[in-house]
Write a protein that binds this ligand. Structure first.
Ligand code: HEM
Length: 443
């Protein structure tokens, strides 16, 4: 006899779509708490298995990783902007691309990016001088965009930052809107959304393609990601086309700046709301840095700063959920996951599971300290995903977030301007729904 996981009651046609869309974050937590670790959701007549137990998530992402592909939603929607980049491709093609891009993210190389990260954060701190208030989400987006472009493409995009930033924001918004649409409209239809996505892509390409063409012309090997991608060849001596380099470049710019920017924005919010944690951070920065800019050598001693980032990524995981599709029937505990089923990994709900995180809503950076004694099951905490498709920028992002926060918090304290409601909005990423104004206080 085949066992079926519990089903969440929903609309006869729409299934659970409406309640999910109203607030994916609370919906996920509610489903996990009320229905358990494996739950059957429906969107129209499509089955979605919601997996909220680390053991099952480990099976899907690690043990049986080759029995799953990315969810088609990635390919259909993100693919319109990112083409066949690392985030959206699958199978042998993905494996080859991942191998080619990996050297740019090796430990030693990432360490060499530290100085650039601090330089840009320091320039931002200087630009803030004399300002009273600013939009922190915008500032963090600009800063992380500058960092990713400089470190991986050796390009100072400050001149074009507005154009790229605008195009990326437009694209994300349009793709998010398209993803949440009840009806899937083909790409060739001249709808408002389709036009908006096309405009965003064209704008982005008008900045990225000349960078690629220029590098192709000069043949220069600067050792950055762009060179690595452009000079890479497979066993048959084939390199990547300009289009493929473009897809990887755009993927990394998008995946690598929006996520880290959101993490930092939430870290500022949490620090403003928790003065005792903020005071501890300042004490660490003063003791370790003594007024100097942070360097790679300081990282080891910035342990509380690191805990703040880890706890921020738990409370506000920049990718609040992600999905896979089963390529074959898979036995999952007592259930069979039928071929073609979508599997939803609810990162946000899992990060708030009281079985693994005591007082799950509390901001307690110390819980991640080595001596805290909270032994977590594997993948109970997964801001960067897991298994072969774990975030390629994982160490890059963790180091970047610590260095940028340390550099800026050394000089400024931020408070949230009163009268604003801070609502987390889960779309493809988790960010504050509205722009967030903060007041700057020089330290
Ligand atoms: C705090 C910051 C970040 C978070 C929370 C984050 C999170 C994630 C997650 C959860 C995935 C896996 C999605 C899945 O399995 O479906 C992923 C993949 C990816 N991330 Fe990140 N990321 C961050 C920063 C970065 C940075 C800085 C870069 C590049 C510079 C980057 C590039 C990528 C790429 C290329 C992939 C696809 C990898 C593959 O499938 O081979 N990310 N990220």
């Amino acid at each position: 006899m085949t066992l079926h996981p519990p089903r969440v009651p929903g609309h006869p046609i729409l299934g659970n779509l409406t309640s999910y869309r109203k607030n994916p974050l609370t919906f996920g937590r509610h489903v996990a708490a009320r229905y358990g670790d494996v739950v059957d959701l429906r969107v129209f007549n499509r089955r979605i298995f919601f997996l909220a137990h680390p053991e099952f998530v480990h099976q899907v992402l690690v043990r049986d990783a080759d029995k799953f592909h990315k969810s088609p939603v990635y390919r259909i929607f993100l693919g319109r902007a990112l083409g066949e980049g690392l985030l959206t491709s699958d199978g042998d093609f993905w494996r080859r691309q991942r191998k080619l891009a990996q050297p740019a993210f090796h430990h030693g190389r990432i360490q060499s990016y530290a100085q650039t990260m601090v330089d840009y954060a320091d320039a931002t701190a200087s630009r803030w001088e004399g300002l009273e208030t600013l939009l922190i989400n915008k500032e963090m987006a600009q800063l992380t965009l500058e960092v990713v472009c400089r470190t991986l493409f050796s390009t100072d995009i400050r001149a074009q930052a507005d154009r790229i930033g605008f195009a990326l924001a437009e694209l994300l918004e349009a793709i998010t809107e398209a993803t949440s649409g009840a009806v899937f409209l083909p790409e060739w239809l001249p709808t408002r959304l389709n036009r908006r996505i096309r405009r965003g892509v064209a704008e982005l390409d008008s900045v990225i393609m000349p960078l690629i063409q220029e590098r192709r012309r000069s043949g220069e090997d600067t050792g950055d990601l762009l060179s690595i991608l452009m000079l890479a060849q497979d066993e048959d001596g084939h390199g990547m086309s300009d289009k493929q380099v473009r897809d990887e470049a755009v993927t990394i710019v998008l995946a690598g700046h929006e996520t880290t920017a959101n993490a930092l924005t939430w870290a500022w919010v949490l620090l403003a709301q928790h003065p005792e944690a903020e005071a501890k951070l300042h004490a660490e920065l003063d003791a370790v840095l003594g007024g100097e800019l942070p360097t790679l050598a300081h990282l080891r001693d910035l342990s509380y700063t690191d805990l703040i980032i880890k706890e921020t990524l738990r409370l506000y995981p920049p990718i609040p959920e992600f999905a896979r599709q089963a390529l074959q029937d898979v036995q999952l505990g007592e259930y069979v996951l039928p071929k073609g089923t979508i599997v939803l990994v609810p990162v946000f709900a899992m990060h708030h599971d009281p079985r693994w995180f005591g007082e799950p809503d509390a901001f307690r950076p110390e819980r991640f300290a080595k001596d805290a004694g909270e032994a977590l099951p594997k993948l109970a905490y997964l801001p960067f995903g897991g298994g072969p498709r774990v975030c390629i920028g994982n160490s890059f992002a963790q180091m970047e977030a610590v260095l940028l926060l340390a550099t800026l918090a050394q000089r400024y304290r931020l408070s949230v301007e009163p009268g604003q409601t801070i609502t987390p909005e889960a779309t493809l990423t988790l960010r504050p729904k509205d722009d967030l104004t903060v007041r700057l206080h020089a330290r």
